[in-house]
Ligand binder design. Structure first.
Ligand code: PHE
Length: 452
């Protein structure tokens, strides 16, 4: 069998991991979830969630991946705990599941670039979204998005994912900075900043029960945790890397890019007096074009900004999608010696098929999102934390120390993981399960609405 691939450089790994973390979650979900939950106060809770739970959890995934040096499901056998293979399997299934509708949204974004070029997306935002987000049109753009994703993954780690993200991540940063500078020039932008950056803690105190799980869930999703992605990416890593430094860099970059996206979206909406709240998949696709259509300077300015804005989202979404597909591809390549191209194409085709209901009807998309992000994700994180904290134990400390200078830090990390992180994740899982099963009026129905 051919030798297993590795990242060409450490920076390559970092950019690939940042590319995975930065996605629809940062640019589409984050600004809206922040505005729905009280703006700046939510931001503070979110930062806390990243630091207290996200960072220790990402290190747990890194430890599994690098120590095993193989894909997520095979990793547990390599670590001498074969019975725990299902931890990786839950993650890989969750990745597969999530990619199916992530790609549908990616397809819409692709379509919106076209809609910005022609101006149609800005002329009648609500009608445009209604037309392109369902039926054959949405299935078609879903197919195109999956094809691009497959193409990059098929090229491999070094020549595909690493090369692509080396271009994509800097492009996202440059374009977002440009948009943020532009947004700052808009009249009314300062209200957007005030809302985003000046915390109103009353909102948090009075909505504690919903703000907390929202912030922690967003932190886990945004760092690409629970989908075996970070396990897989770390498995291509060398021994001389410092995992704590890598994890910290990724968490900081990911958060900074989310904040940057907020600095684009919120001034844009506030400048046009558009209600920032009202999440759901349609939010970005209706509210933003509405704001763009009213920009000072006329139609062409709106269209140009639209192209850049949706261009950023598209790139960010793609660099996340490839990591989701890679988690599954790596398993078949590593365990069965399958070659990459047919594996990526075959799995990609299955993901495409799984996404057809979501593309056809957004009610299905909401249901897939509900199950994926509220149930599978925290469950997978819980299993990882449990495994690394209580099963791997000393081996985990040993692995975290490899390539880094942190001595006692590793012991503190493990202790923190098995107690605080575990407890918080258990609470998040419990709250989400409650939401999923016991509160059909407010929460997600376990039975998809199209079948009810
Ligand atoms: N972190 C990505 C985002 O914010 C989503 C993602 C989750 C990607 C898990 C890969 C794995 O959009």
């Amino acid at each position: 069998m051919a030798e297993r691939e590795t990242w060409a450089t450490r920076l390559g790994f970092l950019l690939a991991a940042i590319g995975s973390a930065v996605g629809l979650g940062n640019i589409w979900r984050f600004p809206f979830i922040t505005s729905e939950n009280g703006g700046a106060a939510f931001l503070v809770v979110y930062l806390l969630a990243v630091l207290v739970i996200g960072l220790p959890a990402i290190l747990a995934e890194f430890v599994i991946g690098r120590r095993a040096n193989t894909s997520a499901i095979g990793a547990f056998r390599k670590l001498g705990r074969p019975g725990w293979w299902f931890v990786g399997a839950v993650g890989v299934i969750a990745a597969f599941w999530t990619l199916s509708y992530y790609s549908v949204i990616g397809g819409w974004v692709l379509r919106y670039i076209g809609g910005s070029v022609t101006g149609n997306a800005l002329a009648a935002p609500e009608g445009y979204f209604g037309a392109i987000s369902v039926g054959l049109s949405s299935i078609g753009t879903h197919a195109v998005f999956m094809l691009i994703t497959i193409g990059i993954v098929a090229l491999g780690i070094e020549d595909g994912i690493e090369l692509a993200t080396k271009v994509m991540v800097p492009a996202v940063v440059v374009m977002l900075v440009g948009l943020a500078v532009f947004a700052a020039t808009l009249p009314g932008a300062s209200e957007g900043y005030a809302f985003f950056l000046d915390p109103d803690f009353d909102v948090i105190v009075s909505n504690f029960g919903s703000v907390l799980p929202a912030a922690f869930g967003q932190a886990l999703f945004s760092l690409s945790l629970g989908f075996s992605v970070m396990i897989t990416y770390a498995s291509y890593l060398g021994e001389d890397d410092s995992l704590p430094v890598d994890g910290f860099s990724i968490a900081v970059s990911n958060t900074a890019i989310g904040v940057l996206a907020g600095l684009v979206v919120l001034p844009l909406l506030f400048a046009q007096g558009i209600e920032a709240g009202g999440g759901g998949p349609g939010a970005v696709f209706v509210a933003i074009p509405t704001a763009l259509a009213e920009l000072p300077g006329g139609e062409l300015v709106g269209q140009a900004v639209g192209i850049v804005f949706f261009g950023v989202i598209l790139i960010a979404a793609l660099s996340s999608a490839i990591s989701l597909l890679e988690a599954a591809v790596a398993f078949l390549v590593d365990n069965y010696g399958f070659s990459r191209l047919p594996t990526a194409a075959g799995l990609g085709a299955v993901v495409f098929a799984l996404g057809i209901p979501s593309a056809y009807d957004t009610a299905w998309l909401n249901w897939f999102d509900g199950i994926g992000v509220t149930l599978l994700l925290p469950l997978a994180v819980l299993l990882v934390v449990l495994f690394v904290g209580w099963v791997l134990g000393r081996d985990a400390i040993d692995e975290l120390r490899t390539g880094s200078t942190s001595g006692s830090l590793a012991s503190i990390w493990l202790w923190w993981l098995r107690t605080v992180v575990l407890a918080v994740v258990v609470i998040v899982v419990a709250l989400n399960l409650w939401d999923l099963f016991a509160t059909p009026d407010t929460g997600y129905y376990f039975i998809p609405s199209p079948l009810r």
